[in-house]
Design a protein around this ligand. Structure first.
Ligand code: AMP
Length: 173
């Protein structure tokens, strides 16, 4: 596959947010309409190919890419949010981080039974966040049509946390 323009814009920031982490900073991609469109269009193609009926964005950078995909395909957009942010009836999933845990939530009326959901985030690291988002979808009796990421950190083997799911990542490190 030809190299993506977006790849040339991703910035490595060492030791953020803590020592030993190489943070993939996507802000320069967002500052380039050409690169942002490239990423959103490629993920849109994948979501379409997987028969998505709903686009699910993972807070917060999943929202940036998820909304254009939903608009491109004329589909509903649904949010998973960090605990305490959603106003209406909701369910939650807790998942492990390197140190401690995190919790994400989804509104109970976000997905109808059987709907094919395409889950979007900027980056797949350990896969804990994505796996929790999939559980929320499935607890509401939705189907996970697939996952779309701009970046996958292959050395963290996030796919191990997402067995059996269809995962598409545009750039791999
Ligand atoms: P994980 O649950 O480990 O797959 O982490 C995924 C979430 O953390 C994504 O929403 C990413 O935005 C963020 N993240 C984790 N590691 C990095 C990294 N090295 N660079 C940029 N974002 C990261």
């Amino acid at each position: 596959m030809a190299q993506l323009f977006a790849e040339s814009l991703i910035r490595d920031v060492p030791d953020f947010p803590k020592p030993g982490i190489m943070f993939k900073d996507i802000h320069p991609v967002l500052q380039s309409p050409q690169a942002l469109r490239e990423v959103c269009d490629l993920l849109t193609e994948d979501a379409k190919a997987k028969g998505a009926e709903v686009i699910v964005g993972i807070e917060s950078r999943g929202f940036i890419f998820g909304v254009p995909i939903a608009l491109n395909l004329d589909l509903p957009f649904v949010l998973t949010r960090k605990v305490g942010k959603l106003p209406y009836d909701k369910i939650q999933e807790e998942y492990s981080l390197e140190y401690g845990t995190n919790t994400i939530e989804m509104h109970t009326d976000a997905i109808s039974p059987g709907q094919r959901c395409y889950i979007v985030d900027d980056l797949l690291a350990t896969g804990g966040t994505a796996a929790a988002a999939a559980k929320l979808v499935e607890r509401l009796n939705g189907q996970v049509a697939g996952f779309g990421f701009m970046v996958e950190l292959e050395f963290l083997d996030g796919r191990q946390n997402l067995p059996g799911y269809n995962i598409h990542a545009l750039l791999k490190y």
